[in-house]
Design a protein around this ligand. Structure first.
Ligand SMILES: C[S@@+](CC[C@H](N)C(=O)[O-])C[C@H]1O[C@@H](n2cnc3c(N)ncnc32)[C@H](O)[C@@H]1O
Length: 319
């Protein structure tokens, strides 16, 4: 059985004491040095000090990764370019993806554009030999077509996930809790069942919780004792599905007019895209009903072959 442990420590010191090549995946969400209140640490230090801290912890994280391992690092706009340079040139890792985590809500600005994304850099230790389970992170297609891979499309590098709001049941007493759905995608893509994951700045325990549900071993390191406690409590709670989802996971493909194909697809969709998101299934089924309930009643209408094929929702509606 996979194990999840939260260690109360300064992650830099802790990492220095560990042997090399022990983790398959590192998911790091460090302080961005933008003045957040994390209780015990100061998230506003001089630029040089912050760059030194960044270089030290990323070098250790790279050392702890197995030769086929992967690292994802969250970062704000102020230090993202430095982070890229450090990972590529100082740690000698290979760039894979620059992910834009897009959110729809946040603070507004009057003299400049309101920030609606954070960046996440994905680097691998080896340029070619690394785990990437694309099938486990595919997103539903927009249209049913027999030539489409209905198992889903590549999610791309712009990922939309809402922040976890204070009124949501899973909101923890932590200022920068990340959405579970976002971490789920990284864990599924870049590790296997039973694999070893490290989160060196584990905060409220989001990565640990996701790994627990996806059967990965996970070590979280957190300097604030209160957050270590929150993380432990979170791991002991009953699981009711991840707290966030990419909205595309609930989209119902258009053109699914054949009732038999549709029924089969709907069952597959739930298994492929809504596993661990039970609370979103009802909304998905409602959308299937909204789009297709009346299609059943129009069986006598001949599909318009001059349009996009015999199984085209728009063709039926336009007659
Ligand atoms: C951006 S938050 C991580 C939030 C986390 N991803 C979550 O979803 O809750 C960064 C965390 O790093 C912790 N931290 C800061 N410096 C640290 C250090 N040197 N070692 C371990 N943890 C540290 C902070 O207390 C804070 O909880």
């Amino acid at each position: 059985m996979a194990e999840q442990t939260t260690i109360h420590a300064n992650s830099l010191e802790w990492m220095k004491g560990q042997p090399s090549s022990i983790f398959d995946l590192v998911i790091a969400d460090p302080p961005y040095n933008v003045g957040k209140d994390y209780g015990t640490t100061v998230d506003s230090i001089k630029k040089d000090e912050y760059l030194k801290f960044m270089l030290e912890w990323t070098s250790e994280a790279a050392r702890l990764l197995k030769p086929d391992g992967t690292i994802y690092v969250f970062m704000g706009f102020r230090f993202i370019s430095y982070l890229y340079d450090i990972l590529e040139n100082e740690c000698g890792m290979s760039f894979n993806s620059w992910i834009c985590w897009h959110y729809t809500q946040g603070q507004g600005r009057r003299r400049g554009l309101s920030a609606r994304h954070d960046d996440i850099l994905m680097f691998t230790k080896h340029p070619k030999n690394f785990t990437f389970n694309l099938d486990d992170i595919r997103v539903p297609q927009k249209y049913y077509r027999s030539v489409n891979n209905m198992r889903g499309a590549n999610p791309g590098d712009v990922w939309e996930f809402s922040h976890i709001h204070y009124c949501q049941g899973n909101r923890q007493a932590h200022p920068t809790q990340k959405p579970e759905g976002l971490i789920e995608r990284m864990v599924l893509a870049s590790s296997s069942t039973g694999g070893n994951v490290l989160d060196p700045f584990s905060g409220s325990g989001t990565t640990l919780r996701v790994c627990q549900q996806l059967s990965r071993n996970c070590t979280g390191v957190e300097i604030h004792p209160g957050y270590v406690e929150i993380s432990g409590t979170r791991l002991s709670q009953l699981f009711k599905g991840f707290d966030s989802i990419d909205p595309r996971m609930k989209r119902v493909p258009l053109n699914l007019c054949d009732p038999q194909i549709r029924q089969e697809y709907v069952e597959n969709h739930k298994r492929w895209f809504l596993k661990n998101h039970e609370s979103d299934i009802a909304e998905f089924e409602k959308e299937v009903y909204r789009l297709y309930d009346h299609v059943k009643t129009q069986k006598t209408i001949k599909p318009d072959k001059t349009k996009s094929g015999g199984n085209d929702l728009f063709a039926i509606f336009s007659q």
